[in-house]
Design a protein around this ligand. Structure first.
Ligand code: HEM
Length: 456
């Protein structure tokens, strides 16, 4: 679809009033947003949600303006982001635009494709070890839970590449439940931004979680800050970072960035990978092609960095999975000044709802958008697509720094598990996402992992 974006003609956004949308939002908020997005068909529309009246922006040409071309006019701020302030502090996911810029300047080079490749050997070893722990259940024919196992494997992996050997089991044991408690309560904070702190659901476990995270993180900073060594882990890179003037950055800065990246990198990756299993159960044809590739490339080996190059269909499956279920499904912006997008007026202070989930499901942008078809990402079909037709990792100055890391992790985890086991569902297989801060499975998937070779 090619669209001319005008800055002169004036257009009025269609309004979706609360009395029309409320019943739908009460039944299934995500479905209601999908309905509105379909009705808007790429035009900018206004949602009247009572206390906020965001503009819904879904067309790739408009997204390019908001996220990249005029990103200074549309800030990552507002009631959807403020609940994260306590947790993220002055790191890359919080603070002011100046503190963000310092963090971004330091972090971007740490996560380049080249640097991430240097971590791939360590990633593969940690993933293989975490996948070994599935063997007892697989041999006994005992079902496992897809999301829970993905979270375990991803957490073990992220801890290793973030902290190398610097963190001990007791600290890890403290960190995991603390993040779980904080993330569970963030959903309430995002949905109830006006609720006083004392009445906030799960407020006590949230505060206890933050205290536990601080104890572990500041403890690590104290032990290693002055002598972090030469290891390739992310914590070492943060300890060695210098400001633009050449001085070291504060302990709080190191803590806030570690926390921000840990929070941004674990739940998203684990949730995305939990979608692999229901998709394979629902699409046996895709599953067979994937198994064929993994058997051919990895076979009976333990997965290694050298296998990545041959795992091209695996990569397409992961890309298409993130098209259907972009787990960071919405990330709003707030207009810093009044202006217009393609003739639609935008007032200073107005919230803009940006959602890869909605854009990825637009019929004007994607052919058969609800079908799972990894061949969309075959190189010959992907060329010519608008940059913002597919944006699970955002775009512009705030584009996700974990993009390469996610892809390598995802391919290695899929290949490590599937070179050894085939999933067989036990009970219902989820097909709709549940709406929260990320796009999770609507319910857990119980599956048996049948050792390769034992399959009928
Ligand atoms: C499936 C996996 C992931 C998804 C879908 C995802 C999605 C996103 C999205 C949509 C944004 C942009 C937010 C915005 O513009 O407002 C973002 C930013 C970010 N992501 Fe990710 N992410 C993933 C994995 C990771 C990983 C593994 C890391 C780090 C280890 C990471 C670190 C970050 C950081 C630090 C930012 C903020 C960048 C900035 O504001 O400059 N993400 N991510």
């Amino acid at each position: 679809m090619s669209v001319t974006v005008s800055t002169t003609r004036s257009r009025k956004p269609k309004n979706f009033p609360l009395y029309r949308t409320l019943p739908g939002f009460a039944r299934d908020p995500l479905k209601e947003l999908e309905r509105i997005s379909r009705a808007a068909n790429g035009e900018i529309v206004r949602l009247d949600l009572g206390i906020v009246r965001p503009l819904l922006v879904t067309r790739p040409e408009h997204l390019q303006i908001v996220l990249r071309e005029r990103s200074d006019d549309y800030a990552r701020d507002g009631i959807f982001w403020r609940p994260l302030d306590d947790l993220m502090g002055i790191g890359v996911l919080g603070g002011t635009s100046e503190s963000w810029a310092t963090s971004r300047r330091v972090l971007q080079p740490v996560f380049t494709a080249r640097n991430v490749r240097a971590l791939t050997g360590r990633l593969a070893d940690t993933i293989n070890e975490a996948v070994d722990e599935l063997d007892a259940a697989a041999q006994a024919g005992r079902p496992v839970q897809a999301s829970r196992e993905m979270a375990r494997i991803v957490n073990q992996t992220v801890v290793r590449i973030f902290f190398g050997g610097k963190i001990g089991p007791a600290e890890i044991g403290k960190l995991d439940p603390a993040f779980e408690a904080v993330i569970a309560s963030l959903a309430f904070r995002v949905l109830l931004p006006f609720m006083p702190e004392t009445l906030m659901p799960r407020g006590r476990s949230y505060r206890a979680g933050i205290r536990a995270i601080d104890e572990v993180m500041y403890g690590l900073v104290e032990r290693y800050r002055d002598d972090p060594g030469e290891d390739l882990d992310i914590f070492t890179a943060l300890c060695r970072a210098r400001s633009a003037e050449g001085s070291g950055l504060t302990d709080k800065w190191v803590r806030d960035n570690l926390v921000g990246m840990y929070a941004a990198g674990t739940e998203t990756t684990a949730t995305a990978l939990s979608w692999l299993w229901p998709l394979l159960c629902h699409h046996p044809d895709v599953a067979e092609r994937l198994y064929e590739e993994i058997d051919r490339v990895v076979g009976g080996d333990r997965v290694r960095p050298e296998h990545l190059e041959g795992l091209t269909y695996t990569k397409q499956v992961v890309q298409e999975l993130l098209r259907l279920y972009p787990v960071g499904w919405q990330f709003p912006r707030v207009a810093v000044r009044s202006g217009n997008i393609d003739g639609f007026p935008v007032k200073k202070g107005q919230t803009l709802l940006i959602s890869p989930y909605l854009t990825h499901h637009l019929e004007s942008v994607w052919d058969r958008p609800h079908e799972f078809d990894p061949d969309r990402f075959a190189p010959e079909r992907a060329s010519g697509r608008h940059r913002y037709a597919y944006f699970p990792f955002g775009g512009g100055p705030h584009q996700c720094v974990g993009n390469h890391l996610f892809h390598i992790e995802a391919q290695l985890i899929a290949a490590s598990v599937l070179s050894r086991y085939r999933p067989e569902p036990v009970g219902p297989v989820p097909s709709r996402p549940g709406m929260g801060r990320t796009l999770r499975l609507e319910h857990e998937l119980e599956m048996r992992l049948v050792p390769v070779g034992e399959r009928k």
